[in-house]
Unconditional design. Sequence first.
Length: 307
Amino acid sequence: MKKIVSIVVTLLMSVALHAAGDLHLFDVDNANGVITPQTIEEALHKNGFMTGIRSEMTTPFTKQFQKSDFKVFTLLTVFNPKIDNTLVKQFPHAGIFIPMGVGIYQANGEKTLHVSILTSEAEAKIIGIANNSMLQERETLAIKAIKEAMPNAKQSLSEDSLKESRNLATMYELKLDGSDWKAAKQQLEMGLEGGFVPRGFVMAASMDYDADVFQDDGKENPYDFYETYSICKLPIIYTVAKSRPEAAAFAPCTTIVYKKKNEDKIVIGFPAVYNWLSSAKVEDKEAKESLLKGQEEFEAILKEVTE
């Protein structure tokens, strides 16, 4: 009997581990409104993070759609220069999570404030690498900071993610064929800006890793340049937030653009919307259609600038 019980317990533990979701979720009573995106941001700063952007979305929601379901809906992105310096030098595609997203939201009439971030396992899966000590250290520091800002918060994992067979990171390459990479970079950037605006995408911020992330650690910088753009499309965020506000951890989308030294190509890419569908378990028809249309439009822009 003991052996049978042991086997059952082991199987249950295995199922529980398998069912772990891709998002860390934090919920705290905030009826008095004392905890704010600013206080969460300050706690992250105290734990070694720097801010990419802090975008309050309720005003844009109300302005464009005449209503907002939230009294708090903030897209915060942060990065840890010490950790991310080493991370992106070793894993080029890791930049799609530098900065990393922190979703902060509280619905109208709700007393609970919520925060969502990706797990290190989910980040590794999307980047296409094995989970490692750098991602885990950054995850640990982020959780510590959020708990300091929300001392009585309940922490949990999201539901098990939906299965997804499509590529979780969308990547394109611009072949240089010996041409001047600086001129090619400038032309590519102009093409991106020209493609984003007419399709309704907004470039919320940009980051030059040479200035903001890379540090002199005795190791050679492997890139001629490495830059990222924080891109969002308001209708997508608004529509998805109705059913899955925790997906805010994915917004805005970080687009990477880099060239490695001694390589004759510029790489450009972003985390695909399939991650929103899978990790945030987006099943609402309108939200799914909005995300898939956004993926199609974004890919069209990247094809235009790399062909």
